[in-house]
Ligand binder design. Structure first.
Ligand code: CA
Length: 254
């Protein structure tokens, strides 16, 4: 199967910098969106450094003896890959945290990370924070990630409806983030891929102004190569003020 990916990002109308980072690697099937936070240059640095660390660890740019040992310990390939993703996320978190402790300008920085790794006919997903991964298949949109946010916990506990959660002031408070919280517990999952699948990775700059119904409508109307740009433009049109980033990956025959 063949992968085709596109990405679009915009700083939005309010901020003068873009703290989102993304990575597209069709050859290795690796796609990442990270949404950094912290003062001044810190958010940019957190997301950049997390993406760089994941890229190095997951594409073999930098071999790691511990990781090789992990691969040998685990039998099932899907288990091994998800373990690799969890390991890489924790390495990224340690590296961002180390830099935040060593450099005052970067104190307290952190970042969300959403990763999609396509390998062996399967999609492996890992995330920390509220950047999301969606799968659009057969006209239906499925959210593959569950936000690590206070409001998601309140929704799960039945204290808040998803509709109300979109409007409360604390909707962006994270329960964990890469770098800020030290060790992290990413959620991971594996799905078999099919021709026609379209995956979307995005920062909350997309999902704050656009609900899932709107994202699904655009996914039905817009061809995958144009979808990332269209989502970002639609988020801007609907009042998005944050940095906005979308990465779209289409699976096809070939
Ligand atoms: Ca954001």
């Amino acid at each position: 199967m063949k992968l085709e990916a596109c990405a679009w990002t915009d700083p939005g109308p309010v901020r003068d910098n873009n703290e989102d980072s993304y990575h597209l690697d069709e050859d290795n099937g690796l796609f990442i969106v990270a949404d950094g936070m912290g003062g001044h240059a810190a958010g940019e640095e957190a997301s950049r450094l997390a993406v760089k660390t994941l890229r190095e660890l997951l594409t073999g740019e930098q071999s790691d003896p511990d990781e090789t040992r992990l691969d040998r310990q685990v039998g099932d390939p899907g288990d091994a890959l998800r373990e690799r993703l969890r390991y890489a996320m924790n390495q990224a978190s340690a590296r961002v945290r180390k830099e935040s402790l060593e450099n005052l300008a970067f104190a307290g920085m952190g970042t969300t990370v959403a990763v999609l790794l396509i390998e062996g006919g399967q999609a492996h997903v890992a995330h920390v924070g509220d950047s999301r991964v969606y799968l659009f298949r057969d006209g239906m949109l499925a959210r593959l990630t569950r936000d690590h946010t206070v409001v998601q916990q309140e929704i799960d506990a039945g204290r808040l409806t998803p509709e109300l959660a979109r409007t409360v002031p604390h909707r962006n408070y994270l329960t964990q983030s890469v770098g800020y919280h030290g060790p992290v517990e990413p959620d991971t999952l594996t799905r078999a891929i099919e021709p026609g699948d379209v995956f979307l990775l995005c920062s909350d700059g997309v999902t704050d102004p656009l609900d899932d119904a709107r994202i699904a409508t655009l996914a039905r109307e817009v061809d995958a190569p144009d979808l990332a740009e269209r989502l970002v433009r639609d988020a801007l049109d609907r009042g998005g003020e944050d940095n906005i980033t979308a990465v779209v990956v289409r699976i096809s025959h070939g």
